[in-house]
Write a protein that binds this ligand. Sequence first.
Ligand SMILES: [Zn+2]
Length: 152
Amino acid sequence: MAITDKIYVKNHRQLASQLETSFPKSAFAGATLDLLFTGDSLANLDSTTQDRVLDFAEDFLDCDCKSHPYCGCAERKFIQYLLELRAQGFGPDAIVDVMGDDYMLYAYSGDILSFLDQSVRTLEAAEALAEIEASRDRRDELHDAKHELTNG
Ligand SMILES: [Zn+2]
């Protein structure tokens, strides 16, 4: 399962009651994206929640793909967001706090931790491959990226 399958809408029950409908708890589930970001339902939310939802839409759902919001851009951008937070020195718990403040989302810090571990391993594998076949520049680049993630 991708990390984006483990990102949840905070205050899910409260939101569902404001919207007078039910939707999946998972933030990146198709039905959630449809309901929260493409419907007229936003008007029913309190203003704080509206702001967070609009921020999320602006930051992650702003592509022009035909299959939007199912094109995968939102998931890719969110993963980028997580890695940037890590590179800024945030640990798993702090990352969960930040996504709550920014977008009213939450995740289990254990899931964030394994995602970060996995990302470092992926980079290590890419680094090893680059060592064999690609240019030294690319290898150095991956090496630096890994350092950003591990030395935060
Ligand atoms: Zn897209």
